[in-house]
Design a protein around this ligand. Structure first.
Ligand SMILES: [Zn+2]
Ligand SMILES: [Zn+2]
Length: 278
C-alpha cells in the first residue's frame, strides 16, 4: 500500500537522513528541483514561519507534491529554542509529516532533542570566541554571523572555515554599535551534524510507523496518535495527571485502539496524586 515514489519538500541535504529508511520500505524520495523551502520560514528569522510547525511542514509537502505531480509527499520541520519545561537548557523539536493528498491522510512523527547543537555567543574577536567554537564543534558545525546590534540581519551563513569566520566576525563587530559580533550555530541540516543525526532517528521512526498497516483498512502508518491521562493512584485509586494509556490509530479510516503504557506502569505513586499529596 506504500507508494513507490514520494515527493520530498526539502533543501539542506535532509535526504541523507530520510532517503535510506524509506528506500528500505521501497519508497524512493523525489526532490523537486528549485523548490525554495526557505520561503516557508528560516531559523534566523529573516522569513517568519507562517503558522505552527505542522502547518509549515504541510505547506512544504503540498508544494513539493504539486511541483512533482505525485499523490504522496514528505516534509520535515524543526524548531529550536529554550526547553519547554527545564530552565536554561535548549531543546529542539523535529517533526516529519507524510501526506497522501489523494486520500487526505497525514501521518506526523515528532521527536525532542534535549541536547541539540544550538547555541550562540557574542564576541569582539576570534580569541574571545574560542571556548564557544570548541563547545559547538566548529568547523563540523557551521556558523551564522551578524552584528550584535542587529541579530536578525546575518552577514554570513554556513561558515565552516576559520578564515571566513574571522573575516565575518571582524565585519560584524565593526558594523555593530557595541563592537561585538553575534555568532550562532547554523541549524540547517547540512550545517549541523547533531541535527542531521536527530533527523536520522526521526526518519527511522517514521519508516517504522509506515511499515505498520492499519488492521482495519490496511493503510500505512498505524501508530500512536495521543496519550490519555488518568493513571490511577496506587493508594486511593483516583485518576492522576500521569499518562494512563496510549491511543493507537489510523489517520486514514479513524480506527483506533487503547493500549497500556509501554513501560507497563499500572499505578501512580501517591506523590503524583492530588488527593493523597495535595
Ligand atoms: Zn485504517
Ligand atoms: Zn491517591
Amino acid at each position: 500500500m506504500l507508494p513507490a515514489l514520494a515527493a520530498f519538500g526539502t533543501m539542506h541535504g535532509k535526504e541523507a537522513a530520510f532517503g535510506p529508511p524509506l528506500a528500505a520500505l521501497g519508497v524512493a524520495l523525489i526532490l523537486p528541483e528549485g523548490l525554495d523551502t526557505d520561503r516557508f520560514g528560516t531559523f534566523t528569522g529573516e522569513v517568519p514561519r507562517a503558522g505552527d510547525m505542522t502547518a509549515a511542514a504541510r505547506a512544504k509537502a503540498e508544494a513539493a507534491r504539486r511541483v512533482i505531480g505525485l499523490d504522496v509527499a514528505l516534509a520535515s520541520e524543526g524548531a529550536y529554542g529554550p526547553h519547554p519545561t527545564i530552565p536554561f537548557i535548549p531543546a529542539g523539536i523535529e517533526i516529519a509529516l507524510w501526506r497522501d493528498g489523494a486520500r487526505g491522510q497525514e501521518i506526523v512523527e515528532r521527536l525532542v532533542d534535549e541536547q541539540p547543537c544550538f547555541d550562540h555567543a557574542e564576541a569582539a574577536d576570534m580569541a574571545a570566541l574560542a571556548p564557544f567554537l570548541a563547545r559547538i564543534g566548529f568547523p563540523q558545525t557551521g556558523l551564522i554571523v551578524a552584528p550584535a546590534s542587529a541579530r536578525q540581519r546575518p552577514l554570513a551563513k554556513g561558515l565552516r572555515e576559520a578564515g571566513a569566520l574571522a573575516e565575518a566576525v571582524g565585519r560584524a563587530a565593526r558594523e555593530s554599535g557595541d563592537g561585538r559580533a553575534f555568532v550562532q550555530t547554523d541549524m540547517r541540516a547540512h550545517m549541523n551534524p547533531r541535527r542531521m543525526e536527530t533527523l536520522r532517528r526521526l526518519a527511522r521512526r517514521l519508516a517504522d510507523r509506515l511499515a505498520h498497516p492499519c488492521p482495519a483498512c490496511a493503510a500505512p502508518g498505524w501508530g500512536m496518535l495521543r496519550t490519555e491521562a488518568g493513571l490511577p493512584c496506587g493508594w486511593c485509586g483516583r485518576p492522576t495527571r500521569l499518562v494512563a494509556r496510549e491511543i493507537h490509530g489510523c489517520t486514514a479510516c479513524g480506527h483506533s485502539k487503547a493500549m497500556p503504557r509501554r513501560d507497563g506502569l499500572a499505578e501512580a505513586e501517591p506523590g503524583a496524586c492530588e488527593a493523597c499529596n495535595p
